[in-house]
Design a protein around this ligand. Structure first.
Ligand code: AMP
Ligand code: MG
Length: 351
């Protein structure tokens, strides 16, 4: 299949003519990748089981890992969910449209093929003008996981989507670089107490400000033990992984730098190529290794924005091992650390 790539002229105010063909493809059961404010999504009609099946095939995604249904406005929500709990209403008022996904009890029109057989459905209303307008024009809710091959770092530019999806999907809308760079926060509001299932740009602190009590799912905090069934089924799979082994080094920064330099020197002497994920503040402290500066500790937004791109770039550099510095795990740092821990397969060294 030839994948048509359409460049959006003005991503802040896309013209309907540029989105019409994509909307038609979605309505007819085809696949379109499009930018959102978080990462690029791979869209299909969420109410069409066959279309959802094509998403799983294109991504190589395990079929029990459910999809998020995207809507363009609040009026589109009641068609998908049996109930909008009070917590859901309050979060929607505060954070929609935006980088927040909520889990609701699902109506039967949402097929099992979209939700991995669960009785709940994940819903998000993106604020990105291209994503939001595309969904409105399609006239159907759009199931859209990240537009990467399953397990690879999520795409933050159209070029990343081309790498993973060219020839497998009908169309890619190129809206340039995304803003946030990590996937949406996921909160389950279907039970008595809201539960954070995946950290993102809407932070735990921000959720608590609106809701008071919010629990955090065990899968956010660390690897799941054998036999534990995660509430966000996607959590059990290896994610965001670069091709090289990756080791996350935690501790006070000068000790982290010391450890990484020591290990890098040994590895380089043994003929290995080493990648190092560091920050603006520490870049000058590494004499060896291939450096990727992910941003400044003073601006965690830039770290989130660059994270997946840095992980992908290492795949082109044929490094044998990547060492990464770590970040504080509050606010946006929680989302950054969650992605880094998964990218490293929880290979974490505390120094
Ligand atoms: P992705 O689309 O790749 O960003 O991943 C979507 C995430 O949403 C996965 O981790 C899923 O497990 C999670 N998810 C989707 N639907 C549900 C649901 N009904 N209940 C819990 N988690 C869900
Ligand atoms: Mg994903």
């Amino acid at each position: 299949m030839e994948t048509k790539i359409i460049k959006i002229t003005d991503k802040a105010a896309p013209r309907d003519e540029e989105l019409m063909e994509a909307a038609g493809i979605l309505r007819q059961g085809g696949l379109v990748a499009f930018p959102t404010e978080t990462v690029y999504g791979l869209g299909a009609n969420a109410l069409d089981e066959g279309a959802a099946a094509r998403i799983y095939a294109a991504k190589g995604r395990p079929s029990d890992n459910p999809l998020i249904a995207h809507i363009s406005c609040m009026e589109e929500l009641p068609a998908l969910v049996r109930e909008i709990p009070e917590a859901g209403k309050r979060l929607a008022e505060k954070f929609w449209p935006g980088p927040l996904t909520m889990i609701f009890p699902k109506k039967s029109v949402v097929p099992d093929g979209t939700t991995g057989g669960l009785d709940t459905v994940a819903v998000r209303m993106p604020s990105d003008p291209v994503a939001n307008r595309l969904i409105r024009l399609a006239g159907v809710p759009v199931a859209a996981p990240s537009a990467n091959l399953s397990g690879r770092p999520s795409p933050t530019r159209a070029g990343h989507v081309v790498e993973d999806m060219n020839g497998k999907i009908e169309m890619i809308l190129d809206g340039g670089e995304v803003g946030i760079g990590v996937e949406s926060t996921i909160v389950d509001v279907s039970g008595p107490v809201p539960v954070l299932l995946r950290p993102g740009a809407v932070t735990l602190e921000m959720l608590k400000e609106v809701l008071g009590k919010v629990e955090t799912d065990a899968a956010v905090l660390g690897p799941l033990g054998n036999g534990v069934k995660p509430r966000a089924p996607g959590m059990k799979y290896r994610h965001y992984a670069p091709k090289a082994d990756m080791i996350l080094v935690e501790g006070e920064t000068s000790r982290v730098v010391g450890y990484i330099n020591h290990e890098t020197k040994k590895a380089v002497e043994a003929g290995k190529r080493i990648g190092i994920i560091c920050t603006q503040e520490s870049r000058a402290l590494y004499p060896l290794g291939i450096l990727a500066v992910v941003g400044s500790r003073e601006h965690e937004e830039t770290v989130a924005h660059n994270l997946f791109s840095v992980l992908r770039d290492f795949d082109g550099q044929a490094v044998d091992c990547i060492f990464s510095e770590s970040f504080s795990d509050d606010r946006l740092g929680q989302a950054i650390m969650n992605r880094l821990c998964k990218a490293a397969g929880y290979h974490i060294i505390k120094v």
